[in-house]
Ligand binder design. Structure first.
Ligand SMILES: *Cc1c(COP(=O)(O)O)cnc(C)c1O
Length: 396
C-alpha cells in the first residue's frame, strides 16, 4: 500500500518517525500499512498495559460511549467515582484528581505541594528532584526533570527544582533548606535508562522528609499500575508516600492520568485545580476496566513470572554476548550493551522479515523492554530468540 506522504507533511515534524503507518494491533502484535507484523515490546511507551485493542478496553469504551461521554467535570460521574474508590482502596492515598496526561498529573502534584507549603510551611515551595529524572514536557515538569540540555531549552525555566542524585541520600540532604517543601522522584527512572531507586535510598528519603516536614512525591506514571510486578512500585519499598501520580498504563492506551494524595495533603481550595476533560467518564470507565483486569486473580503473579523469564533470558544473552548485564523492576527492564549499537539493533529489529520486533534504545548502549503486562511466555521466548539472532546479525 502507498505511504501517505501528504499526510506525513501535514503533521508537525517533532520526531524522526519511520516511513510506515501502523493500522491495527492485537495483544503483543502490531501491523503496518503493508500488512507486516511486529512483536511490540514498546507498547506505546509502557502505555498499553493489556496490549493492543484489549477486549476489556473496547467493551468499556463501547458501553460508556452509549451512556455518557461528558457531563462536565463540575458534576459527578459514575466511572470517575468508581475508579477513585478502586485506587484509594488499593493504595495509601485518600483522594484522587484525574488528569489527561502524566505531565498534567505532575503539574497538579507540584501545585498541590506548593499550596501545602503556603498553608503549612510558611510558603516553602522548592521541590528537590533528581538528575536524569523525567516528569513530562510542560514548562514546570520540564524544569522538574533532570534531563541534560532541558535547563536551557525554552528558557527561562520554572524556578524551584534543585537537583539531587538518585541513590545518593547526602546529595538530597545538601539541597534541603527553609524553602524546601517536597522531594519528588520516579521509583525507577524510566526515560533516564531504567535506573531503580534502592530500598535504602527510598526509605532514607521517607525518613528525611519526616524529619524536615517535607512531602514525598512519587511519580509512578511509568512504574504504576502493575508495571513493576506490584500495583504500585512504592509498595516494594515498604514506605508510604504523601503524593503519587499515575499515567501511561492506567488508561491501557487512552489518555488518562491521576494525582493521588493523602487526606492531610489534599488542600486544593475550590478553583485551584480543574480542567475541561478531567475525570471524563469515557476515559475513567476504561481506567476501571484496566484496574479490574490487573486485580484479577493471578494477573500480577503473571507479570512477575514473565519479568523473571525476561530477566533470566536477558542475563543469558548478556553472558553469551559479553554484554554488561540487565536491570529493572518487573516488566520495565533494560539490557546493557558493551558498545553503542543499541540504535542499530533497534533498526535491524524493525526491519527483520517476515516479522519485525519493536524495541527502544533510550541510550545508545541500552535496550529497553516494556511489553504488555499480559505478554505470554511464548511471546517473551520468541523475543529473546530474535534478540539473539539480531545480535549475531548486527555484530557479524
Ligand atoms: C511518560 C512520563 C511522564 C509524562 O507523561 P505524559 O503522559 O507523556 O505527559 C511523566 N513521568 C514519567 C515518569 C513518565 O515516564
Amino acid at each position: 500500500m502507498e505511504f501517505d506522504r501528504a499526510g506525513m507533511n501535514a503533521l508537525m515534524d517533532i520526531v524522526a518517525r519511520p516511513e510506515l503507518v501502523f493500522v491495527r494491533g492485537e495483544g503483543s502484535w502490531i501491523e503496518d500499512h503493508n500488512g507486516k507484523r511486529y512483536m511490540d515490546f514498546i507498547q506505546g511507551w509502557a502505555v498499553n498495559s493489556l496490549g493492543h485493542c484489549p477486549p476489556a478496553v473496547r467493551r468499556a469504551l463501547e458501553e460508556q460511549a452509549g451512556l455518557m461521554i461528558n457531563p462536565s467535570p463540575a458534576y459527578f460521574n459514575r466511572p470517575a467515582m468508581e475508579l477513585a474508590k478502586r485506587i484509594t482502596g488499593a493504595s495509601c492515598f485518600d483522594r484522587v484528581f484525574f488528569a489527561n496526561s502524566g505531565a498534567e498529573a505532575n503539574e497538579g502534584a507540584i501545585k498541590l505541594a506548593r499550596k501545602w507549603g503556603q498553608l503549612n510551611r510558611n510558603g516553602a515551595f522548592k521541590i528537590i528532584t533528581m538528575v536524569n529524572g523525567f516528569h513530562g514536557r510542560t514548562l514546570a515538569t520540564m524544569s522538574a526533570s533532570g534531563k541534560a540540555g532541558w535547563d536551557t531549552l525554552f528558557a527561562p525555566q520554572v524556578p524551584g527544582f534543585p537537583k539531587a542524585v538518585l541513590n545518593d541520600l547526602e546529595s538530597v540532604k545538601a539541597q534541603i533548606n527553609d524553602e524546601t517543601v517536597a522531594i519528588m522522584l520516579e521509583p525507577v527512572q524510566g526515560e533516564g535508562g531504567v535506573m531503580p531507586a534502592t530500598r535504602e535510598f527510598m526509605q532514607g528519603l521517607r525518613a528525611l522528609a519526616d524529619e524536615h516536614g517535607l512531602l514525598l512525591i512519587v511519580d509512578e506514571v511509568q512504574t504504576g499500575y502493575g508495571r513493576t510486578g506490584t500495583m504500585f512500585a512504592y509498595e516494594q519499598y515498604d514506605i508510604q508516600p504523601d503524593i503519587m501520580t499515575l499515567g501511561k498504563g492506567i488508561g491501557g492506551g487512552v489518555p488518562l492520568a491521576a494525582l493521588c494524595a493523602r487526606e492531610s495533603v489534599s488542600c486544593f481550595a475550590y478553583g485551584d485545580q480543574g480542567g475541561t476533560y478531567n475525570g471524563n467518564p469515557l476515559m475513567t470507565a476504561v481506567g476501571v476496566a484496566v484496574f479490574d483486569e490487573l486485580m484479577a486473580d493471578g494477573f500480577l503473579e503473571g507479570v512477575r513470572a514473565r519479568a523473571t523469564q525476561l530477566s533470566e533470558g536477558l542475563q543469558a544473552l548478556s553472558a553469551k554476548w559479553g554484554l554488561q548485564g540487565e536491570r529493572g523492576t518487573g516488566l520495565l527492564r533494560a539490557l546493557v550493551l558493551d558498545r553503542d549499537d543499541g540504535p542499530a539493533i533497534v533498526k535491524a529489529a524493525m526491519a527483520r522479515d517476515p516479522e519485525g520486533l519493536l524495541l527502544n534504545a533510550p541510550r545508545p548502549n541500552l535496550l529497553r523492554f516494556m511489553p504488555a503486562l499480559n505478554v505470554t511466555e511464548e511471546e517473551v521466548a520468541w523475543t529473546l530468540a530474535r534478540l539473539d539472532e539480531l545480535l549475531a546479525e548486527v555484530r557479524k
